[in-house]
Ligand binder design. Structure first.
Ligand SMILES: [Zn+2]
Length: 103
């Protein structure tokens, strides 16, 4: 099955997002910090949270970039606002769907 043609995001933008995502994954998986925290009695809640909740999302977003699925809302399938993606590169939902979720 062919996926819907998704050409709304330029390759420049996708490259930028890919870099952003990789930088974040590296930051949250910083081996020096993890070593330091383990030495001090265990991972901090901050690191645990980032690793458990954010890193998988970031990896998923990276995978989406590579498979040309990036930037589309998982709920309504519409493109997610670019401004939103710039702030939250691993965003899975558009603003509209977030608002519906929260009400
Ligand atoms: Zn949506």
């Amino acid at each position: 099955m062919f996926s819907v043609h998704r050409g709304n995001f330029g390759s420049q933008f996708l490259k930028k997002q890919e870099k952003r995502i990789q930088t974040r994954i590296e930051k949250y998986n910083d081996p020096e910090r993890i070593k330091e925290e383990l030495k001090n009695g265990g991972l901090s809640d901050y690191t645990k949270y980032k690793q458990k909740n954010l890193v998988p999302k970031l990896r998923k977003a990276l995978h989406k970039i590579h498979t040309n699925q990036y930037g589309y809302c998982e709920k309504c399938n519409q493109p997610i606002e670019i401004k939103r993606l710039e702030i939250i590169p691993a965003a899975e939902h558009c603003l509209k769907c977030i608002k519906v979720n929260n009400s």
